[in-house]
Ligand binder design. Sequence first.
Ligand code: NAD
Length: 508
Amino acid sequence: MTDDRFETQNRFRPEDRFPAGAQYIAGELRAGTSGRTHHVVDPATGTRVWTYELAGTADVDAAVAAARAAFPGWSGATPGERSDALHRFAAVLADRAEEFAQAESLQCGKPLKLSREFDVPGTIDNTAFFAGAARHLQGQSAGEYTGDHTSYVRREPIGVVGSIAPWNYPLQMAAWKVLPAIAAGNTIVLKPAELTPFTSLLFAMAATEAGIPAGVVNIVTGAGQDAGEHLVSHPDVAMTSFTGSTAVGKRVAELATATVKRLHLELGGKAPFVVFDDADLEAAVHGAVAGSLINTGQDCTAATRAYVQRPLYDAFVEQVAEVMASVRVGDPFAADTDLGPLVSAAQRDRVAAIVERARGYATVVTGGEPVKGEGAFYPPTLIADAPQDSEIVQAEVFGPVLVVLPFDSDDDGIALANDTPYGLAASAWTRDVYRAGRATREIQAGCVWVNDHIPILSEMPHGGYKASGFGKDMSSYSFEEYTQVKHVMYDNTAVARKDWHRTIFGDR
Ligand code: NAD
């Protein structure tokens, strides 16, 4: 990467791209009608970059009506037609890659190099994956199971999907929600987080530009309590797909259950990072720093709890602190920035308060003081000597904070890794294939890495165990969420009086 890629700084202007407002309904931008406005703030500087009208319940109704109207045409298209449209969609995204990267970095504060090298290419790859996968929806084989009938399975779309996304990876979350849903023939209304509307809107607009019919992808940008709850409760929405915190996920589950909706929940995480005493220490140290600091720690799979077997513990703590101190915190648009701000001043204050409380029972090895100034910056922070049942070990911090604890036996390491309510992701660090095999079998998480932590890919499922939720994003497994299977059964005999009718007519 060269410095001149950064020299133009941010060129993305929301007022130019979204002149009519932050709602995208039936292929058109419009203003929200809730009567309330929201300011999008650049978290690196604290300055307002855009003000928009939030969606109200009437906007949700309009978006659901648009998605409902688009459903017969889109679900009736052939898989090949949907696949072609998704291929064109991937091409439009690739053309617009730089705009997406700048918009994402502006609203989230994530380093431009992260947006350029992770969020945007990942989204383009996901789109290309689902373009192919749209032609591979599969069911069980057909057959004559009774001898007198032929049975087969149809895999059908569900209808209008209502999706709700968080602010940490707005573009990728929009992609993970929208792509499997529409590849399978559904239409969708997506509500991004109020803080981060830009890339969800750009994503939906790119879908239209690629020829995906108006109404197939709609965006309502509103608050959780009104727009979000109305979308989950809406009688014309057949499925709710939610990514966010476990606390809000429970509320969403209650509302979705009341209207008997299919439900997919991707919730919080508290990923363990288990280092056995035969691990490559350099790899584990660098893996822990990168895995805990990615996206300023605002990553549901980020390494948050390092358990290190006693012989390596002291060296691990010392080296992680040293590498963390070398990480450069600063302007997301500067080429030499490794770590941007948190998404908002409120999130920074939340993280700072959790670390302050931890000082009462643990040792802050490095970091731990908010960076002074207007931006929502918080330094890489390592905490040791915390009890397993303490807040810093058990609760989701969602900031650049890693807590490290020692363990003695392999049994202890695995038991500690499993000792939180969450189960989204985990990693095991060892050169022993049997230890690795045991860790991958016994750690309760939707993903277990061996000798790495963070990589994701379009072909493999992402989703939680335990309080991290249920259902899968990405991969062909996501079609289990976004399709329903229908058994179709044909009589082959053409006999009017079937044998089984005896149960009704007796011997007549
Ligand atoms: P959040 O739960 O506060 O909000 C998520 C979304 O829900 C937002 O769009 C918000 O407006 C909406 N919402 C809030 N209250 C609502 C309500 N009552 N009804 C309907 N919608 C409502 O989460 P956040 O702070 O935006 O994001 C961080 C959380 O997301 C973390 O817990 C993180 O672990 C989780 N996350 C999970 C995954 C995953 O794949 N499991 C991925 C990314 C983020």
